[in-house]
Design a protein around this ligand. Structure first.
Ligand code: EIS
Length: 209
């Protein structure tokens, strides 16, 4: 089992450029995390994220020296694809991947901040719903929103989720949350930098699936 917190994101350089190879290596550990969440509904999400990563990697491998940063890929595709861009290639894959990453960021931040449903303290539905509303909901039509509601019902208990984050070991909640906070530092900076790049390059779309 490969765990989120075992594969930390690196600190970004002063220009906040995201190194493609390092980014792909780090995010490639995320999909296997879904295996320890149990329900098959998570396999849909896993394969979507896997597809995004595979697509970005395929472009990167065509010319690693040229595509050393994520921005270099997005700019090259903008110059190559004309009117089709940004709904094309690695630009589209990263557009969606960053939303999943933002979802994870908000979910973990909410847990780290101690937000919880006092009536159901061992559920993480309030945290998941917050992340969904802020990161994904507006890009989803009713069918996908229904998949979300199914995933929500299948979500693990808080204690099991924290245990999964801690490589299945019994770790004190406070220790696990301290690791989550540590993980979130570079992770949040990286996700923010990708969002900022999409805004600056005018690469963001808001169609719903
Ligand atoms: C994109 O998918 C493709 O990704 C993209 C291209 O084909 C594009 C074309 O328009 O579509 O349809 C997908 C969309 N992806 C659009 C939906 C998939 C199912 C989403 C179900 C949403 C449920 C999310 C809630 C999950 C609750 C989980 C609770 C767990 C405790 C640590 C947990 C991490 C959960 C992370 C969830 C991330 C969800 C990401 C969904 C992205 C999405 O909406 S391309 O493909 O360009 O590569 O070819």
């Amino acid at each position: 089992m490969s765990l989120l917190l075992d594969n930390p994101f690196q600190e970004l350089p002063p220009d906040r450029a995201v190194d493609t190879d390092l980014f792909l290596e780090t995010v490639s550990h995320i999909p296997s995390f879904f295996d320890c969440l149990g329900s098959t509904v998570f396999s849909v999400i896993k394969s979507d994220i896997n597809g995004n990563i595979t697509k970005i990697r395929a472009v990167y491998l065509k010319d690693p020296a040229k595509y050393v940063t994520l921005q270099a890929i997005v700019e090259a595709e903008r110059d190559a694809h004309g009117a089709q861009w940004p709904k094309v290639g690695a630009t589209l894959a990263l557009m969606w991947l960053k939303r999943g990453l933002r979802f994870i960021q908000i979910l973990l931040q909410s847990l780290a901040d101690g937000e919880r449903d006092e009536n159901n303290p061992n559920l993480i539905r309030v945290n998941i719903t917050k992340a969904y509303e802020q990161a994904l909901k507006k890009y989803h039509g009713w069918i996908v929103q229904k998949i979300f509601r199914t995933a929500l019902l299948a979500a693990p208990y808080r204690s099991n989720f924290l245990k999964a984050l801690s490589r299945g070991e019994e770790v004190k909640e406070e220790d696990c949350l301290a690791n989550v906070r540590q993980f979130l530092v570079n992770y949040t900076v990286t996700v923010d930098a990708i969002y900022e790049m999409y805004t600056n390059l005018n690469a963001e779309l808001d169609y719903a699936v």
